[in-house]
Design a protein around this ligand. Structure first.
Ligand SMILES: *Cc1c(COP(=O)(O)O)cnc(C)c1O
Length: 424
């Protein structure tokens, strides 16, 4: 695709876009009568129009059936989480017995660390990325302290080199190798939330496992954004939220992946609850935990149906489109945003900005992080006033996600025009 920063180009690209029609499946917040330029699908995805109906069906079934809805609802609540299994497995490249939807993301990080961070006097270190999302930092630190260890000794953060913004892949592998005799866990975001950098999860998993550690990924910014093959990559565990690229509503249900070499093993240590208990005998209510020999064996509580219903609406769309088609458009559309910004940058004097997201299509999904030198939040505020919804991170980074499912080339073009105005 040879990009041009012109209306003719953007409109033609939209006409040729095989996914263009999916935009109409979502509610767009409006701005003075027209649609906002919504570039924050990496923070809270837009509402699928079908979500309301699926949620109302559950409310209706609850009203009609009361407790009997567990068995007689259109989608019986007793096995509600099972309605996600196949789609969730497809989404992250897993086998059906390796995934389960449960809890929130940070809760799942903790639960999976119970299983996969079991430090010994010899092996207690965790390799992670510097400036991971704060919740992940707090989870790692508190887990380390929980085991009576000192985070400053146990947590090894891999940082970008001086003067650089993203982490070099070889530096992660070097850190794994350097600490290999003491390494218990490698835990990294599959896509860094700040820079949008995609990590080579396959190579990291291989190196971490060869060092004798467990390897897990936080896929908050990866699920629904890039193609994942968790099973084939032999990742030990992973978890993700569903309200970002997966458009399932604020605080919606999260996902967990446990590779079948651990999930099928009833002896894999874990915290237990009744919903992880063998289904055929669960209601005998007997003492002694007997886990379901799949990822479902990590469930604690019965399914929060009201928070899960919108996720069902969303996954149906992902099944219909397929990650291959989405990832294709993501490359094109992100490339266009990159092009338009650079095009403006060249012709606008007085403001210097820099894209800190990797340029290599293999190392990014649908996010562009823009570092604005010499300008502060006033620039961002000017964009907001003109109908752009992006995300501001102190001190001076604007994060934008042109989401392939519902953003258009025209959105990117209009954004470019607004940015040009705001810079003047
Ligand atoms: C969004 C995000 C979270 C948020 O955690 P919740 O438990 O869902 O509130 C955690 N980690 C990463 C990397 C994120 O991007």
């Amino acid at each position: 695709m040879t990009y041009q920063n012109t209306r003719t180009f953007a409109e033609q690209a939209d006409l040729n876009d095989p996914l263009a029609s999916f935009r109409s499946r979502f509610h767009f917040p409006s701005f003075g009568g027209s649609e906002m330029i919504y570039f924050t699908g990496n923070s809270l995805g837009l509402q699928p129009k079908a979500a309301r109906e699926l949620l109302l069906e559950e409310l209706d079934d609850w009203a009609y059936w009361g407790v009997e809805g567990h068995f007689h609802a259109q989608r019986p609540w007793k096995r509600y989480h099972e309605f996600f299994t196949e789609s969730a497995a497809r989404l992250v490249g897993a086998r059906n017995n390796e995934v389960v939807m449960m809890n929130g993301l940070t809760t799942n990080i903790h639960l999976l660390m119970v299983s996969f961070y079991r430090p010994t006097a010899q092996r207690f270190k965790i390799v992670c990325e510097q400036k991971a999302f704060p919740s992940d930092q707090y989870a790692l630190e508190s887990q380390v302290r929980h085991h009576g260890l000192d985070p400053s000794e146990a947590i090894i953060e891999v940082a970008p080199r001086p003067g650089e913004h993203t982490i070099r892949h070889e530096d992660i592998l070097t850190a794994i190798d350097r600490h290999k005799d003491q390494l218990a866990l490698v835990f990294i975001g599959g896509v860094n939330y700040y820079t949008g950098q995609v990590f080579d999860m396959q190579a990291i998993t291989k190196a971490g496992r060869a060092a004798g550690a467990f390897v897990g990924f936080d896929l908050a910014h990866a699920a629904g954004n890039i193609i994942l093959r968790l099973h084939d990559w032999e990742v030990d565990f992973a978890c993700w939220c569903t309200y970002k690229y997966l458009n399932s509503g604020p605080g919606s249900i999260a996902g967990a992946f446990i590779h079948e070499r651990h999930a099928l093993d009833k002896n894999t240590p874990r915290f237990a609850g009744w919903w992880g208990y063998e289904k055929s005998t669960r209601f005998l209510m007997q003492p002694g935990f007997d886990p379901i020999p799949t990822a479902e064996g990590w469930q604690l509580s019965n399914a929060p149906v009201m928070s899960m219903a919108p996720h069902l609406a969303s996954l149906r769309i992902f099944d219909e489109v397929g990650m291959e088609a989405l990832a294709n458009k993501a490359q094109q559309l992100t490339g266009y945003l990159d092009f338009v910004i650079k095009n403006i940058s060249a012709e606008t004097t007085g403001c210097d900005f820099e894209i800190i997201t990797p340029e290599d299509p293999k190392q990014r999904g649908c996010q562009i992080s823009l570092l604005v030198h010499g300008r502060g939040k006033d620039l961002f505020d000017a964009l907001s006033k003109a109908g752009v919804v992006a995300d501001w991170r102190e001190p001076n980074v604007i994060r934008m996600a042109p989401v392939p499912l519902y953003n258009s080339y025209t959105d990117v073009l209009r954004f470019g025009q607004i940015l040009t105005q705001a810079l003047k």
